[in-house]
Design a protein around this ligand. Structure first.
Ligand SMILES: [Zn+2]
Length: 294
């Protein structure tokens, strides 16, 4: 379909020049409920996308209530169906779909980052090993990684930013475990008996996840616009945003409350500190083993 760009972009022109997004690429890893929305919002504005999800990751009926895609995509690959969906919104957006388990095939993922040289990697997966891996590759390849997660029950969520030269996701999450930035409602659930990622993804409404995904998208778009316009006003070094979807006594005192944090680097971090690549690989292996055992 031929686009009339002037007409298409008419309503955003007063805010920013859309052509500055056209030559920028973002890798979106995980195109579920959150990632699908992030990709759609960036894609409709013309940001080039590399959509990555697990091999055989198809849309299932229980996904539909919380996904950009609907019944016509049932049983089909989420990445490819999402690309079609985005092309219906902006036929000019460049989109590549890749089936890859980034944790199992770390080297292939590194090669993809090396080949595409994206401005951004968006971590939209639902598990800790992949978040650590994406952040680690971002550190190694000097690419900004922005991730998000909704908290259990959809009470709120967080968006984290690992910029080149700044603390990695490992530093951010280690600091959170020691401090009070993350609500501890999970302590009421016996996790020894449950599949944690499954639980996280089952207990939230679409609007809960979308709220956090749109904050992630805003942070991403702001990064891509590179100062042309500030859509956020985030303090320069802020690397964690915690957002309350609703009030929760003891954690979120106000509804729709946002807090920003500047989490410092962990002094002994092997991922983003000054260490050799061999030390970094060993540490990554150690973290992954710990996460799996938990
Ligand atoms: Zn670190």
């Amino acid at each position: 379909m031929n686009m009339n760009r002037g007409e298409f972009y008419k309503r955003v022109l007063p805010i920013f020049r859309p052509e500055c997004l056209r030559n920028k690429n973002a890798i979106v890893v995980g195109v579920g409920s959150g990632g699908g929305r992030v990709a759609t919002e960036l894609g409709r504005l013309g940001v080039g996308l590399i959509l990555i999800d697990l091999p055989g990751e198809v849309l299932e009926e229980h996904n539909i209530l919380r996904h950009e895609l609907g019944y016509p995509s049932l049983g089909k690959l989420k990445t490819e169906e999402l690309a079609k969906h985005i092309h219906r919104l902006n036929p000019e957006t460049a989109i590549e779909c890749i089936s890859l388990d980034v944790v199992a095939h770390k080297r292939e993922f590194r090669d993809i980052v090396e080949a595409w040289k994206p401005e951004l990697v968006l971590a939209c997966t639902d598990n800790e090993p992949s978040r650590h891996l994406l952040s680690e590759v971002g550190v190694q390849r000097h690419v900004c990684v922005i991730g998000a997660a909704a908290y259990t029950g959809g009470i709120g969520g967080e968006v984290w930013i690992s910029r080149p030269g700044a603390p990695c996701y490992g530093c951010i999450t280690a600091h959170q475990q020691k401090s009070d930035t993350r609500p501890k409602t999970q302590s009421t659930i016996d996790y020894t008996d449950l599949d944690l990622p499954e639980l996280r993804s089952t207990c939230a409404l679409n609007l809960d996840i979308a709220q956090i995904a749109l904050i992630q998208t805003r942070v991403a778009l702001n990064f891509l616009l590179n100062g042309q316009v500030d859509l956020l006003g985030l303090p320069e070094k802020a690397n964690l945003i915690v957002f309350a979807n609703r009030r929760l006594a003891g954690h979120f005192e106000r509804p729709l409350q946002a807090e920003t944090f500047h989490i410092p680097r962990q002094s002994d971090c092997l991922t983003c500190g000054n260490h050799s690549p061999e030390e970094i690989d060993l540490e990554a292996e150690r973290i992954l083993q710990n996460v799996k055992q938990r």
